[in-house]
Design a protein. Structure first.
Ligand SMILES: [Zn+2]
Length: 161
């Protein structure tokens, strides 16, 4: 019996996000961690509304790219996924959408953190108190080294909880 292919979950999630308008065109990227610490991530330039099993690249725990084809490159934001897996060892998947709303909000931020209002969704991070001044880190998506992302990520206080 073979293990369930996590790429099927990523394909289904991507199709849902695409239909929501959160992954328009080739925007956004998804990954899922495998038991050995490697992860599958969507290849760059693929429409998220019509992915196939061959539209993914595997990244080893050491950061080595294992591409199924020389024409497939990992998402340009692979480093963000690597950083999240380092910060949150319990994380099994990363869904990085590009909603219009999130893009607009990130443009209105002064500095490198976004102060979140007392949102109902914070309970998902085990934050039940109101008015705690929870901040989310905002950083460019073109950074290529996890060592550069990790300190930026920690500038907000919504991190490992
Ligand atoms: Zn992005």
């Amino acid at each position: 019996m073979s293990a369930f292919d996590l790429r099927l979950e990523l394909i289904a999630a991507a199709e849902y996000f695409y239909k929501q308008g959160w992954m328009v065109g080739t925007a956004g990227n998804l990954s899922a961690r495998l038991p050995d610490g490697s992860f599958w991530i969507t290849a760059s330039g693929k429409s998220k509304g019509n992915l196939n099993l061959t539209d993914f690249v595997k990244i080893t725990p050491d950061g080595v790219v294992e591409s199924l084809s020389e024409h497939l490159k990992p998402s340009a934001e692979t480093t963000i996924h690597q950083s999240i897996y380092k910060l949150f060892p319990e994380a099994q998947a990363c869904y990085h959408v590009h909603s219009i709303e999130a893009n607009l909000v990130s443009r209105f931020v002064e500095g490198n953190t976004l102060l979140l209002p007392s949102l109902e969704m914070l309970k998902g991070f085990n934050i039940w108190q109101k008015n705690l001044n929870i901040t989310l880190s905002i950083f460019p998506n073109h950074i290529r080294k996890t060592s550069q992302i990790l300190p930026l990520w920690k500038s907000g206080n919504l991190k490992k909880l």
